[in-house]
Design a protein around this ligand. Sequence first.
Ligand code: UDP
Ligand code: MG
Length: 322
Amino acid sequence: MTQIAANYPDLSIVIPVYNEAKNLPLLLERLLAVVHRMQVTYELVFVNDGSIDNSLQVIKQLAAVNPAVSYVSLSRNFGHQVAVSAGLDVANGKAVVIMDADLQDPPEVVSELYAKMQEGFEVVYGRRVYRKGESYLKKVTAKFFYRLLSRITHVNIPLDTGDFRIMDAKVVNVLRQMPERNKFLRGQVAWVGFRQTWLNYTREERFDGASGYTYRKMLRFAFDGITSFSDFPLKMASMLGFIVSGIAFLLMIYTLLARLVFKDYVEGWASIILSVLFLGGVQLICIGIAGEYLARVFNNVQGRPLYVVDEQKTANQGSNNT
Ligand code: UDP
Ligand code: MG
């Protein structure tokens, strides 16, 4: 018997939504078919991340006719990772799935994730073996990024995975206690530990609309991933400092010899310009790297709330404004 439990459903599905009005009805339809087949109690948690289309109205309509649908609506666009975090904060399920609203993560895979979890895992993440309909540049940069990240971090962040995954409530609890503001959830989940495994799946094409991830947002996200899980860039900055100082020292000896011994010192404009430019560049890069970390420290010590909720409805209850 399929039923909806108010407190601890077997499964919560957290779905961040940014301008996905046209995708939501089909997403819900396919998800409901899946959870009904799975014979579990469930709740669907939509997080409206400051959409500027009528996604919120659509979510409200869906919630009005389906008591298992709950939502959190944020006061503005806080970004995908924060939207997911807001959803995890209110999800009550014994297992929690994170998936996109644009049908790129096929709803049917949810039952496979759930089944795999029952074999005794706390986390099962989806590994994208094939990505349909994404630009060559996106695929190549993503591939490069995950490989770079895995080389320079101590945490074993799985290659080619997004946030599409299922997690035990234990893991979700730990995530809620991680206060960092520059969220890189797929890394945080890896950090948490427990028994984790993966399932291969084909990432579908977005059903309608356009990706909310601009290259700018992706770059920011990549920096967050690197700075949250690696201090390699900082170490690289000091390594560069040593290397450049070494070269400078050798040049110094050469300069002194040229001046005092070989008496060959009139020319040299090119070498001065080159070394000034080179040293200036290296210094700026290193200050920039230190700045990236400092900015994140600053962000975190400010201690602002991670997101602001405008309105919300919990599953099986009336709507209430906060
Ligand atoms: N999303 C969000 N806030 C944003 C950008 C995206 O909540 O600022 C949601 C979006 O609605 C979708 C998921 O995050 O459900 C993944 O985003 P998108 O499809 O735009 O990224 P892509 O799949 O292109 O990486
Ligand atoms: Mg997408």
